[in-house]
Write a protein that binds this ligand. Structure first.
Ligand code: VGL
Ligand code: ZN
Length: 194
């Protein structure tokens, strides 16, 4: 693979790497914890170069419409200010990481980190042209975040070893990957980021 050398105009965007999406969590993504090591590798590069780092988080109220007791598809997860909503301590986020909270109101869900958040504005303020994306889950929040990134005019590098799928329906992760490929997204592994 071609090496990618992050520089001015690049940002790292980590999607929803939160305790509830890791093994043992309320909405565990199979092998969700496997994204941490590759993300830490890329985090270190961005941190060292002083490049912008964004981390989105699912940040639901306790009565969120996506929860089963309200007829939604998911068990309660990532309730604001709970342990399950925290970033895992193993993920080495620098202090200046810009945190993007999403799906924060009871009546609306949002899979994309761009939906009802200031992310586009903040990326533009930093002069970002390209985002490197990793996180959870490939078939939900990563997919929808990548689609919106492309829609909003950003080039996307998908960190393929730093994503994992829920796969509620077998093959969802592969389908999501194909959908992102069709948008012209570049794929790279964390080791290709230099
Ligand atoms: C997500 C399901 C429900 C995600 C969030 O971050 O991919 N998936 N809420
Ligand atoms: Zn959610």
């Amino acid at each position: 693979m071609n090496p990618i050398k992050p520089a001015d105009g690049d940002a790292l965007l980590i999607v929803d790497v939160q305790n509830d999406f890791l093994p043992g969590g309320a909405l565990a993504v199979p092998e969700g914890d496997a994204v941490i090591e590759p993300l830490n590798r890329v985090l270190d590069i961005f941190h060292t170069r002083g490049l912008p780092i964004f981390a989105s988080r699912d940040w639901h109220p306790p009565n969120h419409c996506s929860f089963r007791e309200r007829g939604g598809p998911w068990p309660p997860h990532c309730i604001a200010d709970t342990e399950g909503a925290q970033f895992p301590t193993a993920l080495k986020l620098p202090a200046f990481t810009a945190i993007i909270s999403k799906a924060t109101t009871p009546e609306k869900d949002a899979y994309s980190a761009f939906e009802d958040t200031p992310l586009t504005m903040q990326l533009r303020m930093y002069g970002v042209k390209r985002v490197l994306v990793g996180g959870l889950a490939t078939d939900y929040c990563v997919l929808n975040t990548v689609k919106d990134a492309v829609k909003n005019g950003f080039a996307v590098v998908l960190l393929t070893d730093a994503i994992r799928a829920v796969n509620v329906h077998p093959g969802d992760g592969k389908k999501a990957l194909a959908e992102m490929r069709a948008l012209g997204v570049t794929e790279a592994e964390s080791h290709d980021i230099q």
